[in-house]
Design a protein around this ligand. Structure first.
Ligand SMILES: O=c1ccn([C@@H]2O[C@H](COP(=O)(O)OP(=O)(O)O[C@H]3OC[C@@H](O)[C@H](O)[C@H]3O)[C@@H](O)[C@H]2O)c(=O)[nH]1
Length: 386
């Protein structure tokens, strides 16, 4: 069929006008949808911001977890040095975290950045008294951990690690929660096997000055496996080796805080005994990784969590002195009773079953810790505490 140009023109014009009208409508639709999506996004952002901001206080960003993946987690001793770092990690992950602490050695400052957050709750209570709440997981960290602190009130240390642990295991049993018990390298006492694997039964003086803690933790472990066997409680046991990092109490009395404070204040660095005794120090973020990996694993026997890099205490004094840059004297003073002479974790179990090993080298960790201590000293000087 022949078409004249005149006849085609208006039809072509007509159809192209139609197409552009349809396109214009489509564009309009898309623009409207875009506007609506932007509005929805804005609303969501505002909600998210409101979630992380309350009463003018803004909080670190936390991940979103839906009701299926969000866990209710109890951290006993959550105001302490290790506990508060663990709380941070669990909060960032978007879980609901409740801490219980009597604040004997813990400090509210360690968790103040979460106070008022919808996912965070703080209970001021001694776990020697039973606690009735609903939780999915319990990290049981409450106990003084520094030798001068745990020796200060040995009966209280024993009560915390026996009655307190029974209360937490009882809670786990009642609500069907998984529970991780913070045990210690001190269960090996003054070890005759080196490095220490979890299969080593230890060399502990049951009536010595450290017994309140090392025997306390041994009973804690025994209780855990009794509840696991008899009551089918799902238990995890972490044997924690020497740990250091920011938020250690300045008055903690352990070697890391003592040496850093002495170095910063230009005082004599006091090495107890010969200084030939050894320790292996892990940075707190490595420990937190290990605790979470252990909780999430299916492994229920005790697991050592520590950094196997071993130093004598004298070497350690020299390392800290150099990093702080002071000209301090290092002096040997009286040895402490029953001081373990050699300590280094065998971490084969943690590597095999948790795929965990420490990442932070001593120098990096110490630099962060020294900075924290410097800032704390300045803060305390400003406020007139020092
Ligand atoms: O000022 C000091 C403090 C401590 N020390 C020595 O440094 C070594 C380490 O002492 P710390 O007090 O830091 O810690 P300890 O290794 O004795 O105990 C620790 O073990 C592991 C954890 O479970 C506990 O946190 C804690 O009990 C000891 O040999 C101690 O005698 C000093 O030489 N000078």
């Amino acid at each position: 069929m022949a078409h004249s140009t005149e006849a085609n023109e208006p039809r072509e014009y007509h159809s192209s006008a139609l197409i552009s009208e349809v396109n214009a409508n489509k564009v309009e639709d898309i623009l409207r949808e875009l506007k609506e999506t932007k509005q929805k996004l804005g609303d969501l952002e505002a909600k998210f911001h409101a979630f992380n901001t309350k009463n003018g206080k803004s909080y670190p960003d936390v991940k979103y977890q839906n009701f299926r993946s969000k866990k209710r987690i109890l951290v006993t001793g959550g105001g302490g040095f290790v506990g508060s770092h663990l709380v941070d990690r669990l909060m960032y992950e978007g879980h609901e975290v409740t801490i219980v602490d009597n604040f004997f050695t813990g400090n509210k400052n360690n968790v103040e950045h979460w106070i008022g957050h919808n996912n965070f709750e703080m209970i001021h209570q001694d776990i020697v008294n039973p606690l009735f709440i609903e939780v999915d997981e319990i990290y049981h960290l409450a106990s003084p951990a520094s030798p001068p602190h745990y020796m200060f009130n040995p009966v209280k240390t024993i009560k915390t690690n026996t009655i307190g642990t029974i209360n937490m295991l009882g809670l786990a049993k009642r609500v069907g929660a998984k529970i991780l018990i913070a045990s210690t390298s001190e269960v090996y006492g003054d070890p005759e096997v080196h490095p220490q694997p979890e299969t080593y039964w230890g060399n502990v003086n049951p009536i010595g000055p450290r017994a309140c803690y090392d025997e306390g933790k041994r009973v804690s472990e025994t209780l855990s496996y009794a509840y696991a066997k008899q009551e089918k409680v799902s238990v995890r046991v972490a044997r924690i080796f020497n740990t250091y990092g920011p938020r250690m109490n300045l008055q903690d009395g352990r070697v890391v805080s003592n040496f850093i404070l002495q170095a910063l204040r230009n005082e004599t660095i006091t090495v107890y005994g010969s200084g030939k005794q050894t320790r292996s120090f892990q940075y707190v973020s490595d420990l937190v990784d290990g605790l979470i990996a252990l909780m999430n694993s299916n492994y229920s026997l005790p697991v050592n969590l520590g950094n196997p890099t071993e130093h004598t205490i004298t070497e350690f004094a020299v390392i800290i002195k150099k990093l702080v840059g002071g000209k301090n004297k290092i002096q040997m003073v009286n040895a402490v009773e029953d001081d373990p002479q050699r300590r280094r974790p065998d971490i084969t179990r943690a590597m095999t079953y948790l795929n965990w090993k420490p990442k932070i080298p001593l120098k990096t960790g110490l630099e962060k810790t020294i900075k924290y201590f410097k800032d704390e000293l300045n803060r305390q000087n400003i406020h007139g505490f020092a």
